[in-house]
Design a protein around this ligand. Structure first.
Ligand SMILES: O=C(O)CCC(=O)C(=O)O
Ligand SMILES: [Fe+2]
Length: 218
C-alpha cells in the first residue's frame, strides 16, 4: 500500500481545559455531539469571514507556519466535543477546505478510521462484481490520535478516502492502526475513551468580502 500522507506532530502544552476556559463559547449540537464553528460558515459561493478569537488565532498561525496550508494562513476552526460513545460518520471533507485538514486532539485519544469509498477501487483485481461492501470491509486503516497531537491530512488521505470515528467507548489497537510504533501503546491494548475535544483547523480559500453583505453603518 502507498504510504498515506498523514503527519502527526506533538503539541507540548495545549490542554483541553484551555478550550473550556475560553470566553464566549458558542456550542451547538449536531448528531449528539457539541461543536463550535469559528471563522465563518464555509459555503460553495464563499465564506463570509469572521475574526478568529486570539487563542485560536495563535494555533492557526503556528500550524500555518509549519507550511501545512502551502503558505496560506488557516482561517477556519471547527471544535468538536465527543463524549465516550460518540463518533462521526464516515465522510469526506469535500472541496470547501481542499487540500489540507489539520486536527488537534485534546482530552481523550481517539481512533480515526479510514474507508475506501463504496463504488470504486477496493476490488480492482477481482473479476466478479463485488458484493455490497460493509463498512467493516471498507475500513482499511486507522490512526491513533493521542492527546495534544496534531494531525496533518493531505493528498490521497484527503481526496480518495473517507474518514470517521466509531461511536464506541473503547478502542482496541489492531494491526490496522498504522502509527502504533510512534505511539505510547502496543498491539492488543484496549484504550478507554474519555471526553475528547478536537480542533479541526483549515484554510477556506474561497472567502467573500464582508462589506458586500453588511453595507455601511449601524
Ligand atoms: O474530530 C475529528 O478528529 C474529526 C472531525 C472531522 O472529521 C470533521 O470535522 O470533518
Ligand atoms: Fe472530516
Amino acid at each position: 500500500m502507498e504510504e498515506p500522507y498523514a503527519k502527526i506532530l506533538a503539541l507540548e502544552t495545549f490542554r483541553v481545559e484551555q478550550v473550556y476556559a475560553a470566553p464566549k463559547p458558542k456550542w451547538t449540537q449536531l448528531s449528539g455531539r457539541k461543536l463550535q464553528n469559528w471563522g465563518g460558515l464555509p459555503h460553495p459561493k464563499g465564506m463570509v469571514p469572521e475574526k478568529l478569537p486570539a487563542w485560536l488565532q495563535s494555533y492557526a498561525e503556528k500550524i500555518s507556519s509549519l507550511g501545512a496550508f502551502g503558505g496560506k494562513l488557516a482561517n477556519h476552526v471547527l471544535v468538536n466535543e465527543y463524549l465516550p460513545g460518540q463518533g462521526i460518520m464516515p465522510h469526506e471533507d469535500g472541496p470547501l477546505y481542499f487540500p489540507t485538514v489539520t486536527t488537534i486532539s485534546l482530552g481523550s485519544h481517539t481512533l480515526l478510521d479510514f474507508y475506501h469509498p463504496v463504488s470504486r477501487g477496493q476490488h480492482a483485481d477481482s473479476e466478479q462484481v463485488p458484493a455490497p461492501q460493509t463498512e467493516e470491509q471498507r475500513h482499511f486503516l486507522s490512526l491513533l490520535l493521542e492527546p495534544r497531537s496534531l494531525l496533518v491530512l493531505q493528498e490521497d488521505m484527503y481526496v480518495r478516502y473517507l474518514h470517521g470515528i466509531q461511536p464506541t467507548t473503547s478502542d482496541t489497537i489492531t494491526e490496522k492502526v498504522a502509527n502504533v510504533a510512534a505511539c505510547s501503546t502496543a498491539l492488543g491494548d484496549e484504550l478507554l475513551r474519555g471526553t475528547r475535544v478536537s480542533l479541526t483547523i483549515r484554510h477556506v480559500p474561497k472567502v467573500l468580502k464582508t462589506a458586500i453583505f453588511l453595507g455601511k453603518g449601524k
